[in-house]
Design a protein around this ligand. Structure first.
Ligand SMILES: O=C(O)Cc1cc(O)ccc1O
Ligand SMILES: [Fe+2]
Length: 451
């Protein structure tokens, strides 16, 4: 196998096998080459590409999308994707589900699960996806899926791309090395990665350490940075902290498989070489990573609890202004300073539906236990929820001096669509039977004689 990485001008030199190398920025027109001169200068399609490469365009948006949302890259590769093609046969998708998937009716209730344990048996990322919810309709390119991934072995000579969705990886335990067509991305808990629709990859486990995390499939238009409005030009997720890999390629002829998720099904073909054979590329349609600890939260500095949209890292807009197909929101370390304020989340009902996970620490609305790292919850469209009794009592009587929430990282996949629960999630032994009743533990405090 010939593997080569050439860092971009700003990146530190790195050996591909030891450390990935990245370019900084969000949605830039990047350019990177693993061999000198592999990128054509001043044109996309020369009559003959350097090194005998093929040119291929990968379009993530319609050609005619407005500039702000127009996404495409040019890839200079050993074989075009059609040369990595074979006879595809439908294979068992395991526990991976795609909207619409009306498998079960669930109680009209808040739902919460304990972590799904990692198995002892060898399990690749591709086989270890367990869908928890689906929303919208992948065929209509609207909605999302929320999943848990479990992996105990690397994908070897096994490649994959998702035609149905962009994929947002949220590791909770263990690191992942994402070998993509565009280069190598290393992520660990506290970091995320986004793999655009159609980008081929395989998922490796560094030192074969098991890994678990959350995965959001965004069937709609790509994640982007939210507007900052009056916040101005800084804070929240800053573009320079997003990292896109420099070009790295495999020149590997070996019997392999390519699995494609298309139309909610998995299709697999035998192929004779690695499709991660892109020697150079340029464009703005590329995978990226981001360290959530670089998020600069903005919040109430005098009183009240602001809507969680202030913690939006990435938003996948829909055609309706302000109505996201998916928002990816985090609840990171931060100071709480609001005066005469109930500081945790308020009790609420929301037209958007909320899938939540916990990467580490304690979430301030669920201090009574039960929402643990690796676990997840669903507060569906217009279903009531809020702090558990322990959190309510503590926050109602806390001395309101500045208080730092530390060592905590929860997140939410919030979508405009109601989320359907899969049969797997409905029947999982990790579903907490008593969670629907947590609200009944909230005592009646009403006393008309005491204003
Ligand atoms: O329900 C949740 O815990 C998420 C959430 C947090 C918050 O601070 C305000 C609203 C909201 O939905
Ligand atoms: Fe909520």
């Amino acid at each position: 196998m010939n593997l080569s990485v050439r860092p971009g001008p700003a990146a530190a030199p790195a050996e591909a096998r030891n450390a990935a190398a990245y370019m900084s920025g969000f949605g830039n027109g990047f350019e990177t080459e693993a061999l000198p001169g592999a990128l054509p200068v001043g044109r996309n399609s020369p009559q003959r590409c350097a090194y005998g490469l093929y040119a291929e365009q990968l379009s993530g948006s319609p050609f005619t999308a407005p500039r702000a949302s127009n996404e495409r890259s040019w890839l200079y590769r050993i074989r075009p994707t059609v040369g990595h093609w074979g006879r595809f046969e439908k294979v068992d998708a395991g526990l991976w589900r795609t909207a619409p998937a009306a498998e079960v009716d669930m109680p009209l209730a808040p739902l919460r699960w304990d972590p799904i344990p990692l198995p002892e048996a060898p399990l690749s990322f591709l086989d270890g996806i367990r869908t928890v919810t689906t929303a919208g309709d992948a065929g209509a390119m609207a909605g999302m899926g929320s999943h848990i991934y479990l992996a105990t072995r690397s994908m070897r000579d096994e490649y994959f791309y998702n035609a149905d969705a962009e994929m947002l990886f949220v590791p909770q335990q263990g690191a992942l090395r994402l070998w993509t067509e565009f280069g190598i991305i290393d992520i660990e808990p506290g970091e995320i990665a986004v793999i655009p629709r159609g980008v081929k990859l395989r998922v490796e486990l560094p030192e074969e350490q098991p890994a678990r995390g959350y995965l959001c499939e965004n069937y709609g238009g790509a994640f982007t940075l939210p507007e900052r409005g009056p916040i101005g030009a800084n804070c929240l997720a800053n573009p320079r902290d997003f990292q896109t890999p420099v070009a790295a390629y495999e020149d590997r002829d070996a019997s392999s498989t390519l699995t494609v998720k298309w139309g909610g099904n998995l299709w697999r073909a035998a192929i004779g070489h690695s499709p991660l054979d892109v020697v150079a590329w340029h464009g703005n349609y590329a995978p990226y990573k981001y360290d959530l600890r670089r998020y600069s939260p903005v919040g109430p500095v005098l009183f009240d609890h602001a809507d969680p949209s202030i913690f939006t890292v990435l938003t996948a807009p829909s055609e309706t202004p302000g109505t996201a197909n998916v928002d990816f929101v985090i609840f990171p370390d931060r100071w709480l300073v609001a005066e005469n304020t109930f500081r945790p989340p308020w009790y609420h009902m929301n037209v958007m539906s909320e899938f939540m996970g916990l990467i580490y620490g304690v979430y301030d609305a669920k201090t009574g236990g039960g929402f643990v790292p690796g676990g997840f919850s669903l507060h569906n469209t217009m279903l009531p929820h809020g702090p558990d009794p322990a959190s309510f009592e503590a926050a109602s009587h806390a001395v309101l001096k500045p208080h730092k929430l530390e060592g905590t990282l929860a997140f939410m996949f919030e979508t405009r669509f109601p989320q359907r629960v899969t049969r797997f999630a409905a029947e999982a032994p990790q579903l907490q039977a008593d969670y629907p009743e947590y609200g009944q533990g909230l005592r009646k405090h009403f006393d008309p004689s005491r204003p």
